[in-house]
Ligand binder design. Structure first.
Ligand code: SAM
Length: 283
C-alpha cells in the first residue's frame, strides 16, 4: 500500500513554535525530505530525533521528486520540511506536492509558522483580501513586468525580501506604486522582532544606505479604490483629495496621499493646491 507525504511547518526563528504534532510527524516518518539536511539535522538533534534524510532543493528537485514519490508508492511515509516555515511557500516543495497529487499519493499537513501570514497579521493593514507576491525577480524585465502588474492592485500585497536587496526593492515599489502605507516585519519570532509601520517614501529613505539587517517581510497597502478615468491636472487631483477628505473624514494630508497614489501626481503639489482650494471656498 502506498505511503503518504506529510508537509511539516518548522519555526521561522523560535524553536518554541515547533508543535508537538510536528515532532510526532517527524518521529513517525520513514524518511525526511529536507531543503538542507544540515539545517534539519540541528532541528532533529534539538528534539532528540534520529531519521534518515534526503535532500530536496531547487537544483535537484526534478530527479529527486521522482525518487521520493517511488519510495512513497512502495509504502514509505515521507515528511517534507524546508529550512524555516511552511515548505512550498517560496521554498522547495511546491513541485513535490504537485507530483504526489498527480500520482494519487495522499498529501497531509502539519501546519506551522509562515512568515507571510505572521507579517500580515501584525501589519495593521487590511487583511480581508491580500495577495502574496513572494520575492521580486532580480531579472530586470521580469521585475518590471511584475511591478507593473501590481500598479492598480487594490488588495494588500505581501513580499519577501533579502536584507541586501531591500533598498532597491523599496525604491522600485515607491516608483511604481506611489507613496502609500507599508509595514516592514523584521526578524519575526526572534529577539530583535519589530514591525515598522510607515510609508514607502519614508522606508525607502530610511533604508537607502543599505543598513537593513535580518529577515524582512514587506506588507504594502493596496491601491485606493477609485481609479482616475484619464490623466488629470493638479487642480483636479486637489478636488479629488478634498472630496476624499470630506467623504471619508480623512485628514487632508492622508487624502492627498491617496489622491497622489491614484493620479500619479506629487503629493506635495496636490496638498498645496488642495489647501488653496479649501481657503478659496471659505466664506
Ligand atoms: N517557507 C518560508 C515561510 O513559510 O515563511 C519562507 C521561506 S523564504 C526562502 C525566506 C523569506 O521569508 C525571507 O527572505 C524573509 O522574507 C521571510 N522570512 C522568513 N523568516 C522570517 C522571519 N523570522 N522574519 C521575517 N521574515 C522572515
Amino acid at each position: 500500500m502506498s505511503g503518504t507525504l506529510t508537509v511539516v511547518g518548522t519555526p521561522i526563528g523560535n524553536l518554541g513554535d515547533f508543535s508537538p504534532r510536528a515532532r510526532e510527524a517527524l518521529a513517525a516518518a520513514d524518511f525526511i525530505a529536507a531543503e538542507d539536511t544540515r539545517v534539519t539535522l540541528k532541528l532533529l538533534n534539538h528534539f532528540g530525533l534520529k531519521k534518515p534524510m534526503l535532500s530536496y532543493y531547487e537544483h535537484n528537485k526534478r530527479g529527486r521528486g521522482a525518487v521520493i514519490c517511488e519510495r512513497i508508492e512502495a509504502g514509505e511515509n515521507c515528511v517534507l520540511v524546508s529550512d524555516a516555515g511552511m515548505p512550498a511557500i517560496s521554498d522547495p516543495g511546491e513541485d513535490l506536492v504537485a507530483e504526489c497529487a498527480a500520482r494519487g499519493i495522499r498529501v497531509l499537513a502539519v501546519p506551522g509558522p509562515t512568515a507571510m501570514a505572521t507579517a500580515l497579521a501584525l501589519s495593521g493593514l487590511p487583511t480581508g483580501r491580500f495577495t502574496f507576491e513572494g520575492f521580486l525577480s532580480v531579472n530586470k524585465k521580469s521585475r518590471r513586468d511584475h511591478l507593473e502588474e501590481l500598479r492598480g492592485e487594490k488588495r494588500t500585497m505581501v513580499f519577501y525580501e533579502a536584507p541586501h536587496k531591500l533598498a532597491a526593492t523599496l525604491r522600485d515599489l515607491l516608483d511604481t506604486l506611489g507613496d502609500r502605507r507599508i509595514a516592514l516585519a523584521r526578524e519575526l519570532t526572534k529577539i530583535h522582532e519589530e514591525v515598522i509601520r510607515t510609508t514607502l517614501a519614508e522606508a525607502a529613505n530610511r533604508f537607502a544606505d543599505g543598513s537593513a539587517r535580518g529577515e524582512f517581510v514587506l506588507v504594502v497597502e493596496g491601491a485606493a479604490q477609485e481609479t482616475p478615468a484619464k490623466p488629470c491636472t493638479v487642480e483636479e487631483a486637489a478636488a479629488l483629495a478634498l472630496s476624499l477628505a470630506a467623504e471619508e473624514s480623512l485628514p487632508l494630508s492622508e487624502a492627498c496621499r491617496r489622491a497622489a497614489a491614484q493620479t500619479g501626481l506629487p503629493r506635495n503639489r496636490i496638498y498645496k493646491a488642495a489647501s488653496a482650494q479649501h481657503e478659496a471656498s471659505r466664506p
